[in-house]
Ligand binder design. Structure first.
Ligand code: 13P
Ligand code: SF4
Length: 299
């Protein structure tokens, strides 16, 4: 299958992008593997004719919005992020009418329609710096309450209004699970994604996006780590650090949507080119503004 994928990629001038939560065998054949922010930048710069995005729908949509002349395919169009839908237009309008000096800051894990209603997008690797750089005092942070409250702690000079959405995978990680792992591995450092609950962040030695966690583990002189994020990162962690040990909360956090990106599905979509992401012109014109503003502010 890997050889067939390689041949089709060459024949079609296609490139494969995979998130760190995609299955290991898909990360292995991907041309680019990374976190949401890195993959959005790669998608925007890509010269390939076809982009196969092994992630969830909002990522494929963002790639299409940032680079609309390319054909963006997803191995499985039902790979969706539940959190991407966890805010309504009504709440956004209510907040806009309540505060004059308001910026709606939209975590990139959201639908294109929600991006259209927002002032700027962020990812977990740039949210703190972008919120800090905004001229507005009032920030409505959508949809993730956990990333929002982490940003609020880091940027106390802003009035950050939280929305009641969360990642069901990260929100399931509990402080009790971390204490249990700490007992089993007393020398391990706890590295945590900011989509986790505040009670888990409190017990952590380091908080960062998936790419930040991977970079921290590589640079650290420590040998053992408790990883509080989706277990797809294990592939990169053990590849980069064969002499270090990585432990996870029990049960392992696993995003079923990300795991729909199987090798079989990658091969099939490259053959048939049937699962294409489309975004209508009006949505694209509105949604590109907060995405471009993110890329600009993140510089
Ligand atoms: P990052 O890629 O920004 O770390 O986000 C994690 C995530 O849940 C992506 O769906
Ligand atoms: Fe969405 Fe959470 Fe899965 Fe990421 S891990 S795609 S935020 S459900």
């Amino acid at each position: 299958m890997k050889n067939q994928i390689e041949q089709l990629k060459l024949a079609k001038n296609a490139v494969i992008l995979a998130h760190y939560y995609a299955p290991a065998e898909v990360q292995e054949i991907a041309d680019f593997v990374g976190d949401s922010f890195y993959l959005a930048k790669i998608a925007k710069q890509s010269n390939a004719d076809v982009i196969v995005f092994c992630g969830v729908c909002f990522m494929g949509e963002s790639a299409k919005i940032l680079n609309p002349t390319k054909k963006v395919l997803m191995p499985d169009l039902s790979a969706d992020c539940p959190m991407a839908h966890m805010v309504t237009d009504g709440i956004i309008e209510e907040m806009r009418s309540k505060y004059d000096d308001l910026a709606v800051v939209c975590y990139i894990n959201s639908t294109a329609e929600l991006k259209c209603k927002s002032d700027v997008c962020v990812t977990s690797s740039n949210a703190v710096n972008i919120v800090r750089a905004l001229p507005n005092k009032n920030i409505f942070f959508i949809p993730d309450r956990n990333l929002g409250s982490f940003v609020a702690e880091q940027v106390p000079e802003k009035n950050i209004i939280l929305n009641d959405g969360c990642c069901p995978i990260h929100a399931k990680i509990t402080a009790a699970q971390i204490r249990e792992q700490r007992k089993l591995h007393p020398d391990a450092l706890v590295l945590t994604h900011p989509e986790c609950d505040a009670s888990v962040l409190e017990l952590s030695d380091y908080i960062g996006s998936t790419a930040d966690i991977i970079a921290f583990a590589k640079a650290s002189d420590e040998k053992e780590f408790i990883i509080c994020t989706e277990d797809g990162v294990d592939f990169k962690l053990i590849t980069d650090n064969p002499n270090k040990r990585f432990y996870y909360p029990n049960p392992h956090p696993c995003c079923a949507d990300m795991k729909l990106n199987t090798l079989e599905a990658v091969l099939s979509v490259l053959e048939k080119e049937d699962k294409e992401i489309t975004v209508d012109d009006k949505t694209r014109e509105d949604a590109i503004l907060p995405l471009d503003r993110m890329l600009e502010l993140a510089k």
